[in-house]
Ligand binder design. Structure first.
Ligand SMILES: [Zn+2]
Length: 429
């Protein structure tokens, strides 16, 4: 067992202790919370019902592949596959039926067989080091660790860069996207249908009114292209017939290349191939939004620019919009308690908002009177055009002011809490 099974699989191998791997894994994930550490990735795979789903044919192939004598393989297989189970039904056992797969729990032979089956996965993972793009987890470089096994639990380690994280199956992409969506719109893991912007648009660049989130469907396609086509001319000319799933995927990737208007020559010239450029080619052309200069290079907090983008897209739920759906009947703005609430009014015709924005403008040495949203945006676009620090501060202040005004509106509406103009001013300056 010691010679056959990789060192990083510690369970069930005589002379090794599962605690060794526990200690090692603690060392590897130490300090993950610290700021400024290089990107790194640890994944814990929990093999659900791993024991129960081991196929006998696979096990037999492993034993043959590891060059166990034929006789021994036959003995082991007859121990494994001559299992039958009766079930107790109304207190009486049913006639026994044969099992078709699985290893038995609490049987000493089974543990060893399971470790051998996992060894196949281990050896497969070890081939990762041959992939040019793959980088080790910063703490695993010296020992070349990719995985640690704990019986049916597996920890995988790699650098947290895009090259090292594998091409993902469609279902996983959908799950990751669903998690991202839930997090974006609810801040947690609750399922919501109440999304303000469609996911496709969320993945647009900021200059096109999106939030610059990577579209992982497209990203994944590029990984296929990158792994199989860049600098590999022998694949280019082949036309597959009756190809397996995996091979068809590889050839599908060629369609992706064509969709991005890349040629054979582009693909062979690896110095020219940029994943980022390719991504933008696939994502297509965008209609650039007029207020993009307010969004791009905005030094304000992420949550400020997020709200600014939603306001500019007209996607926040102000009372005039809610009235159309019959959600509210009272339109009065909670900030001034006199006029009706709309985006035009809140930013910054409202008396309360106008006072705060005037103060912030004066602080920057700008002496103009606040206007309604559309005029305000037009003025801001011209004013925020420049690349100097002053224009940067203006962009940041505008995003911050909008964020705190919207927060104040929500606190007054839902929490019955009130702050003054001076109170909000202090939060910003
Ligand atoms: Zn108002």
């Amino acid at each position: 067992m010691n010679d056959l099974v990789d060192d990083f699989q510690s369970a069930f191998v005589p002379g090794r202790m599962i605690t060794d791997n526990i200690i090692l894994s603690h060392e590897l994930v130490k300090g993950y919370g610290r700021k400024g550490i290089s990107p790194r990735c640890t994944m814990k795979l929990d093999m659900q019902k791993a024991y129960d789903s081991l196929e006998w044919v696979f096990l037999e192939q492993i034993l043959i592949g590891m060059a166990f004598p034929d006789m021994l393989v036959k003995w082991v297989m007859s121990c494994v596959n001559t299992v039958s189970y009766p079930i107790l039904l109304n207190g009486k056992p049913t006639p026994p039926f044969d099992a078709i797969r699985e290893l038995r729990q609490e049987d000493h032979l089974s543990s060893f067989l399971f470790v051998l089956a996992i060894e196949y996965l281990t050896r497969n993972l070890k081939t990762l080091r041959k992939i040019h793009d793959f980088n080790y987890h910063p703490r695993c470089d010296k020992m070349q660790i990719v995985q640690l096994g704990f019986a049916d639990d597996l920890l995988l380690f790699c650098m947290g860069d895009r090259g090292s994280i594998f091409i993902m199956p469609k279902k996983i992409i959908q799950q990751i996207e669903a998690m991202c969506k839930r997090f974006l719109w609810t801040g947690g893991n609750e399922i919501t249908k109440n999304v303000l912007v469609s996911w496709d648009k969320v993945c647009y660049p900021k200059s096109a009114g999106g939030f610059n989130v990577i579209d992982i469907h497209i990203w994944n396609k590029i990984k296929w292209v990158h792994n199989y086509y860049v600098k590999r001319n022998h694949l280019w000319e082949i036309k597959p017939r009756n190809a397996s799933w995996m091979v068809s995927k590889v050839f599908k990737a060629k369609e992706t290349v064509e969709a991005a208007s890349y040629t054979y020559e582009d693909m062979m010239d690896v110095t020219q191939f940029s994943i980022k450029k390719f991504y933008h080619m696939l994502k297509g052309d965008f209609h650039k939004i007029s207020w993009r200069r307010l969004m791009c290079n905005n030094p304000g907090c992420k949550k400020w620019t997020f709200i600014l983008q939603l306001v500019a897209l007209g996607r926040i739920y102000t009372k005039d919009r809610l009235l159309k759906w019959g959600v509210v009947t009272n339109l009065v703005c909670p900030l001034c308690n006199t006029e009706d609430e709309s985006i035009e009014h809140l930013f910054f015709s409202c008396k309360f908002s106008a006072e705060l924005w005037t103060k912030l403008l004066n602080w920057q040495g700008i002496n103009i009177l606040p206007m309604g949203w559309s005029q305000e945006v037009n003025w801001a676009i011209n004013h925020a055009k420049r690349k100097n620090a002053k224009a940067g501060i203006f962009r940041m202040m505008m995003a911050g002011c909008i964020y705190y005004l919207w927060q104040e509106r929500n606190q007054r509406t839902f929490l019955d809490k009130e702050r003054s103009v001076a109170g909000l001013h202090k939060l910003l300056v």
